[in-house]
Design a protein around this ligand. Structure first.
Ligand code: KIV
Ligand code: ZN
Length: 523
């Protein structure tokens, strides 16, 4: 069976979701997991966008072995140089250059004509090729491009040295039959098309991203660009787990294969969801919590007789296992170490000690500590607090509240790397409102609470609560997550994390290089 290359862009397109802002350590952890999932390429970021993203891409390039490490550049010399600086130490580096090809992009974004835009793209491509043998060229907004101009662009970028040419449906406008025809047209009309890997990159604005990707494969595409949980700009990108499992489950129909290690899918999905703070919808195909549960009596009866009656995919194939080992306060270091490596985390010794202490304090309050509890501790206690220099963490809080009374909170925050504790009190309409107001007082800025949710991690009475908040300040929005067996503490932690992220986003925007705004951000 012919192989389809899987290019994961969770850390680039996926990370462009409003409010998502991973720190370099969180990005590395996801990249290591993507390597265990055995994707063929990891798009690690857009290094010109911020020093933090540059650092994350560089660390991934140096540490992650196996997949090709890709980073994105506009057709601008400075972007390409920055990408190369970030990825040159990778085992297999690839520079990804993109430039719009539709008249809408060429005229409205760049104020150019087709010929001049092509010249700019070719110049950028040749420069990238002088640095790196593997160069991918994306014809942004390809699905709204005149097909004959697209043929011309693709043919010329191949002659100039592109190794992969990507055809994006940037605004999620294509419909399957039409997109399939476009790919087939390129396959027959571009004279040198066999010299490269033809790729597609579909967005999900009409809910057609997976369908468009699969139909493109049937018509000759051999690389699929996708993200875990379908995360990405607006309605997201084509979902990796859907594409890979469709190709695997329906191999009788597609007759292709991927080399993705599918039992790692569930773990990857959970890791990405936790670190990004974006919950997976319960009925999401393949990775939703309901995807393999059967509630109707008829279905349950069928499943008990033979699973194949109502299951087209076996849960084990995507890494859903029935029983998971449960830890308790009596579990030692060895058991916890075994558990975290089974869950796919790689911690340094000193990080493990922090985790172990926190684990013991949670285990003291709960009878049993589940995998999801451990994962939440790893994220909140270790990853979320790395790379936060100059930012805040919750030291303590005290609350006075009662039935019908105004609540009053006294909150103490610590600025990372400083000994000083900052303190404030505030009254509010309920304890959470009072806590958030006290935090605002300490940081000296008002934040608008856009969304707020508290959920139990596991289904027991002593469950850890995970709070998720979306907070905005002016035009900046950020997500925050916090966990604890005490939901007020979880909410305070989430609010503080969102504020830290807003600071990082504001810092990132002020770091923008002067030429950054000459071309808008990619989709
Ligand atoms: O959607 C898009 O066109 C992109 C390109 C940068 C590949 O993300
Ligand atoms: Zn995109």
């Amino acid at each position: 069976m012919e192989k389809i290359f899987v290019f994961d862009t969770t850390l680039r397109d996926g990370e462009q979701i409003p409010g998502a802002c991973l720190n370099p350590r969180e990005k590395l952890e996801i990249a290591l997991q993507l390597a265990r999932l055995q994707v063929d390429a990891i798009e690690a970021g857009f290094p010109i966008s911020s020093p933090g993203d540059f650092k994350a891409v560089k660390t991934i390039a140096e540490r992650v072995k196996g997949p090709t490490i890709v980073a994105l550049a506009r057709a601008v010399r400075k972007d390409i140089e920055t990408v190369w600086d970030a990825i040159k130490k990778a085992e297999r580096p690839r520079i990804h250059v993109f430039l719009g090809t539709s008249d809408i992009h060429i005229q409205k974004k760049f104020g150019l004509d087709r010929e001049k835009a092509l010249e700019r793209g070719l110049e950028a491509l040749k420069f990238a090729k002088s640095l790196c043998p593997d160069v991918e060229y994306s014809t942004e907004d390809a699905s709204r491009t005149d097909p004959d101009y697209l043929v011309q662009v693709v043919e010329q970028v191949i002659s100039a040295g592109a190794t992969v040419v990507n055809i994006p449906d940037t605004v999620g406008y294509a419909v399957p039959e039409e997109f399939g025809r476009l790919i087939a047209y390129l396959k027959t009309r571009v004279s040198n098309i066999d010299k490269i890997v033809l790729s597609v990159h579909c967005h999900n604005d009409l809910g057609l991203a997976t369908a468009n990707t699969l139909v493109a494969v049937e018509n000759g595409a051999r690389q699929v660009e996708c993200t875990i949980n379908g995360l990405g700009e607006r309605a997201g990108n084509a979902s990796l787990e859907e594409i890979v499992m469709a190709i695997k489950t329906r191999k009788d129909y597609f007759r292709y294969c991927t080399t993705v290690n599918t039992p790692e899918i569930m773990r990857t999905s959970k890791l990405v969801s936790r670190l990004m703070g974006i919950p997976v919808q319960a009925n999401k195909a393949i990775v939703g919590s309901n995807a393999f549960s059967h509630s109707s009596g008829i279905h349950q009866d069928g499943i008990l007789k033979d699973r194949s009656t109502y299951e087209a995919i076996r849960p084990e194939e995507v890494g859903i296992t029935e029983h998971s080992v449960v830890l308790t306060a009596r579990s030692g270091r060895h058991a916890l170490k075994h558990k975290i490596s089974e869950m796919g985390y790689e911690l340094q010794e000193q990080e493990f000690e922090i985790l172990y202490n926190q684990f013991l304090s949670v285990a003291d309050k709960k009878k049993r500590v589940y995998d999801d509890d451990v994962a939440v501790i790893v994220q909140d206690v270790i990853f979320a607090h790395l790379d936060q220099s100059g930012l805040y963490s919750l030291a303590s809080y005290k609350i006075t509240a009662g039935n019908g009374d105004t609540s009053e909170a006294r909150v103490r925050l610590q600025r990372e790397e400083e000994e000083v504790i900052l303190e404030a009190s505030a009254q509010g309409d309920g304890p959470i409102d009072a806590i958030f107001k006290a935090i605002d007082k300490i940081v000296g800025a008002y934040h608008k609470l856009e969304e707020f949710q508290v959920k139990a991690v596991t289904e027991t009475k002593e469950a850890m609560g995970v709070a998720t908040v979306m907070v905005s300040r002016g035009s900046s929005r950020a997500l925050g997550r916090g966990s604890s067996t005490d939901i007020l503490k979880a909410s305070a932690r989430a609010y503080v994390q969102a504020i830290n992220r807003i600071y990082r986003l504001l810092q990132r925007d002020s770091d923008v290089s002067p030429d950054k705004n000459t071309v808008p951000q990619p989709q």
